[in-house]
Design a protein around this ligand. Structure first.
Ligand code: FES
Length: 108
């Protein structure tokens, strides 16, 4: 169902309102984030998560986390290997949700 929603989003370019769960230092924080809103790391910080970042340009990988559920679009991904992306790793400073739910783990 999420894949269908993502395809629909891509076809219509209609923003998706995503329910995000971020896991950091063993704590889960939830917030909403539209697909056309802030980058995931910025939204997480706004929600009170002490999420790490440095370059905010997709290079340093300080903001790296793993998607456990859902999907994102990354604007840039200079610091990630193809194998890491295949394993679900993302750069949260470059990521925007494209699914209605998203679970991201900084602890992995
Ligand atoms: S903060 Fe450097 S890659 Fe995201």
């Amino acid at each position: 169902m999420h894949q269908e929603q993502t395809i629909l989003h891509t076809l219509t370019n209609t923003p998706v309102q995503c329910q995000v769960t971020v896991i950091f230092d063993g704590e889960r924080t939830q917030f909403e984030l539209p697909s056309d809103g802030k980058a995931l790391v910025d939204a997480a910080i706004d929600a009170g998560v002490d999420a790490p970042w440095s370059c905010h340009a997709g290079i340093c990988c300080t903001c790296k986390a793993k998607v456990l559920e859902g999907q994102v679009h990354m604007k840039h991904r200079y610091g990630l290997l193809d194998e890491e992306i295949e394993q679900g790793y993302i750069l949260t400073c470059q990521s925007h949700p494209t699914s209605e739910t998203l679970v991201v783990d900084y602890d992995v």
